[in-house]
Every structure is written in C-alpha cells, then in structure tokens.
Design a protein. Structure first.
Length: 280
C-alpha cells in the first residue's frame, strides 16, 4: 500500500468533466481522501514525518518545531493570499515585504544550526530578498542561472529576460556544501577559459529548458541544489510548493520532504507526482 492509498472508499468523482489538469478521475478518487491539513501536522524535532499539507506556507512554518529542517528550497509567490477568502486580492508592497519578513523569520527558526536556504527569485524582487535574508541569515552567494523558459514567458517589449536569481544563505558559518556537486565542465570558452577543468561558478548555464508540462523548472536545477547542500535522508522543506518540483527531486535523490501548498489542485498534482517518483 502506498503512502497516499486508502483501504477502501466510494469514488468521489465519476464524471470525467470533474477532473483537473494533470489529474484523472482515478487520481482524484485516490488522492483527495488523503489530503492532509495543519490539523494532521503533529511532530517534534525528534519525531518527524514526511507529508504534503494544504496550508499557506507562512502559517505551515509556524507549526513546525525548532531546528528540524536541513534545507529549505523555495520560490515565494509574488501574490500570496492567506486563505481562500482572500484569493485574488493583491498585497501592497509594504504588506508583501512584511509577509516575506514573517515567513523568513520562521524559516530561520526551523532550520538546524548547519542548515541553509535557497530562495529562487525573479529579477523584480531579487534585491528585496537580499535585504530580507540579511536580517536573519548569512548570505553566501547569489546564483544567476540561465532560465531558458523565461524568454517565452516574458511580456517585456524591450530586453527579454533569460536569467533568474537564487539566493543561497545559511544559518551559521558552519554549513554543508559539497564542492564537487556544483562544479561543472564548460564548453563555452568565452565564459570559462579553462575549458577542460571542472569549475565552481555561480553562473549556471547548464540548466536545460523544462520539458515536462507539469514542471516549473528543470529537475536538474533542484537536483543540483539538493546535492550541493544536503545529504541523503536529510529533511527538505518547500513552504510554497506549487506543483511539487522540489519534492519530486527530493524523493529522486533520497531526501525526506515536507511541503505546503494553498491550491488544492496543485497539492493533488504534487501528491501524484511525488508518489509516482517514489515507486519508479
């Protein structure tokens, strides 16, 4: 029996028109009864349990014990809403800043002393996150990566954006970092002149364009982060999970995962994708 499988139940959905993108009727009948909320989140730092929870990330973080997470990998939403009644409402810039400051404070609390955070951001909010992370964390680097999908989504009539930022920050100066995992071999001599050497660089041009329509970015982006800054069986957290990309990579690389998501359809899709990855 799989993690999200129930013993027996009457089908909730029987009409194919009831299905959601990326989910079949069988998927809905299988995973919907297994949805977990914050009422199901009960753990201590010594007794942790993997799970995907229907919750806004900043609220979910407050329900996690101190110093229980090894690594946070996440991309905060640009238009967060705290509950279903506020969906569609837009925060002011000050409200958005305060909201980010709030969840980052709890992110610092739940991280272990050797833990770190990779915060994925577009150019629009990148400088804000530098300031916010500096309040609680030690910023180790800003990674710029070649986002091959960004140009297609760009609405700009001037320069098309082809890059993204990833802020890497840690709780202390004593943290995990595997040099070999993030070194790469380049065939672009105009960028790296020592063509045949494996080098560490904060410019990641080796991330391919995403092919899976259910993925936001290529799995290689997340795998690279996880392999650089965590060990197998470490606890990985994504408080703003979307469609579960971080969770899929966590299971693929042998890590343990906790995720929060406010959108029920995306949560169900994440449950399906992570469940499938565990049994491949």
């Amino acid at each position: 029996m799989t993690e999200f499988q129930t013993k027996s139940f009457e089908p909730i959905f029987k009409n194919t028109l009831d299905s959601s993108p990326g989910l079949t009727i069988n998927d809905l009948n299988r995973y919907l009864p297994a949805i977990q909320t914050l009422e199901d989140l009960s753990m201590s730092a010594d007794e942790m349990k993997e799970g995907l929870f229907l919750s806004e990330g900043s609220i979910g973080l407050k329900n996690l014990p101190d110093q229980c997470i090894d690594l946070i990998v996440t991309e905060p939403p640009r238009d967060p809403w705290l509950d279903i009644d506020s969906r569609g409402s837009q925060m002011t810039l000050q409200e958005y800043y305060d909201w980010n400051q709030n969840w980052l404070s709890d992110a610092h609390r739940v991280l272990k002393s050797t833990g770190g955070i990779y915060l994925i951001s577009d150019w629009y909010n990148s400088s804000m996150y530098y300031g916010l992370l500096s309040n609680n964390f030690i910023i180790q680097n800003r990674i710029t990566w070649h986002n091959r999908s960004a140009e297609k989504r760009s609405m700009s009539s001037t320069w098309k954006n082809q890059s993204g930022d990833i802020w890497f920050a840690t709780k202390n100066d004593d943290f995990l970092f595997d040099n070999h995992a993030v070194s790469l071999k380049s065939d672009r001599s105009e960028l790296i002149h020592r063509r045949d050497e494996r080098l560490q660089t904060n410019f990641w041009f080796d991330i391919p364009e995403v092919k899976n329509q259910n993925s936001r970015y290529s799995y290689k982006l997340y795998n690279k982060i996880l392999e650089a800054s965590s060990f197998k069986l470490n606890w990985i957290l994504d408080p703003f999970m979307r469609n579960g990309d971080v969770g899929v990579s966590a299971k693929k690389t042998g890590r343990r995962f906790i995720g929060f998501e406010t959108n029920k359809d995306l949560l169900l899709l994440s449950m399906k994708r992570i469940d499938q990855k565990k049994h491949q």
